[in-house]
Write a protein that binds this ligand. Structure first.
Ligand code: ADP
Ligand code: MG
Length: 306
């Protein structure tokens, strides 16, 4: 972790005042993580039957940390982000966001909580096509009942390298530029928690690098909690840790990641997912049934190798 955790904790001065005379000062409790998931499961009902997108994920995300989430396509990365951000409701399990348990909150309360604490960069941008870039960026401020100042909108756009584009509509911008407008919109209210779903997927390497530096600075300088889904091992290596997902479950964690190690782990998970999709059992994974099933799985695996 590049940022020491103690700087996110409250000053110790108040605690000392409360300590009875003659007793050692009590260390302050660590600040609770701004985002925590406990045994979160999400099952989608579809025509083809239930789909388990998340199957019991427990994880927490501290202030001032930048986490990358990786895993094969369909492993539940977007669902994890949506549940953690209060955009989707888990089938079971708990999400705690900015000190609030989300279960049971009304849609209105959930919306207000999100508006106050969360910036979300969607995989599909979600820009409003009939508004200009500047108007899109101003939207969260207007929704919060504020009249946006022109200079703060220009500053938000400049921070993602888009100064001078405030008057363009999304259709007049490239995919990468649209993605950067979406990032400016997510950051304009100064949220303490930022979720980004493949924010650099559409960007050329120079603007991708800028966006990653921006996310890094939010964690380091503003003590924000940043959680980013990415397929790119080099992007993931800018984070403090990587969480790997496979089949809706956590499949490992890597602290202080480097691109090589990340790429190797991801390749392993993707190969396993391919085997599972083909009805085979990845090596090292315990078979689900008894001896008969083991025999069938072993024969299947041998067949796949042949
Ligand atoms: P990822 O982002 O890792 O590619 P997702 O979280 O989007 O994965 O999806 C996880 C699984 O849940 C996939 O099998 C996907 O098809 C399924 N899924 C996602 N959203 C829905 C939905 N709204 N209805 C039905 N199935 C869904
Ligand atoms: Mg996704």
């Amino acid at each position: 972790m590049r940022q020491s955790f103690s700087s996110a904790m409250p000053e110790t001065g108040d605690t000392a005042v409360l300590t009875p005379v003659g007793q050692a000062p009590v260390a302050p409790a660590p600040a609770p993580a701004p985002v925590a998931l406990h045994a979160v499961t999400r099952v989608y009902r579809s025509k083809a039957g239930p789909v388990t997108a998340l199957a019991g994920v427990t994880a927490s995300f501290a202030a001032g940390t930048f986490t990358a989430v990786m895993g094969p396509s369909g492993s539940g990365k977007s669902t994890l982000l949506h549940c953690a951000a209060g955009l989707d409701r888990p089938t079971s399990g708990e999400v705690i966001l900015a000190g609030t348990v989300l279960r049971g909150l009304s849609e209105t309360k959930l919306t207000l909580l999100r508006r106050r604490h969360v910036g979300f960069v969607f995989q599909s941008f979600n820009l409003l096509p009939y508004l200009t870039a500047g108007q899109n960026v101003a939207l969260p401020l207007r929704l919060a009942g504020r009249r946006p100042r022109r200079d703060e909108i220009s500053a938000a756009l400049a921070a993602v390298g888009l100064d001078g584009r405030a008057g363009h509509r999304p259709a007049e911008l490239s995919g990468g530029q649209q993605q950067r407008v979406a990032i400016a919109r997510a950051l304009v209210t100064g949220p303490q928690v930022i979720f980004a779903d493949e924010p650099t997927g559409m960007l050329d390497s120079a603007s991708g690098h800028e966006v990653l530096s921006l996310l890094r600075r939010l964690a380091d300088q503003r003590q924000a909690t940043v959680v980013m889904v990415t397929h790119d091992p080099a992007a993931a290596a800018r984070a403090d840790r990587v969480l790997f997902l496979a089949d809706g479950r956590l499949a490992g964690e890597l602290a202080d990641p480097d691109p090589r190690t990340v790429a190797d782990r991801l390749a392993g998970l993707t190969a396993d997912a391919g085997l599972r999709a083909a009805g085979e059992r990845p090596p090292g994974e315990r078979p689900p049934g008894g001896r008969m099933a083991q025999g069938r799985a072993a024969r299947g695996l041998a067949g796949a190798v042949r």
